[in-house]
Design a protein around this ligand. Structure first.
Ligand SMILES: [Zn+2]
Length: 103
């Protein structure tokens, strides 16, 4: 709306400043969304941290009801704080579907 008004009065420097301000606003919105996503991810990591335990070559997660989940990839948790469930290769062998680590 402000841009249209500036166009009506044919004020090119004002139009340019308004467009730059609009671009900055879009960039701040994108940065704000990224930061909110990162806060959500870190909050999730914090909530998991005390419940993740190393056992027999992989990580296990103990839920609030005491039930254990896993096994999860050690490399993905240690390097990226992502709990990636191993896929079973054979009876006692597992592979991470993200980094291909085996346990
Ligand atoms: Zn992995």
């Amino acid at each position: 709306m402000a841009v249209r008004l500036a166009q009506k009065v044919d004020n090119i420097p004002l139009i340019q400043s308004l467009l730059e301000a609009q671009q900055s606003s879009f960039e701040l919105d994108a940065e704000n969304r990224d930061l909110k996503a990162e806060i959500a991810r870190l909050t999730e990591v914090l909530s998991l941290k005390g419940r993740v335990e190393f056992k027999a070559g992989s990580y296990r997660l103990t839920e609030g009801d005491g039930e254990e989940r896993g096994p999860f990839c050690t490399g993905c948790w240690d390097s990226h704080r992502k709990l990636i469930r191993f896929s079973r290769l054979m009876r006692t062998a597992y592979v991470c579907p993200v980094c291909n680590a085996q346990s």
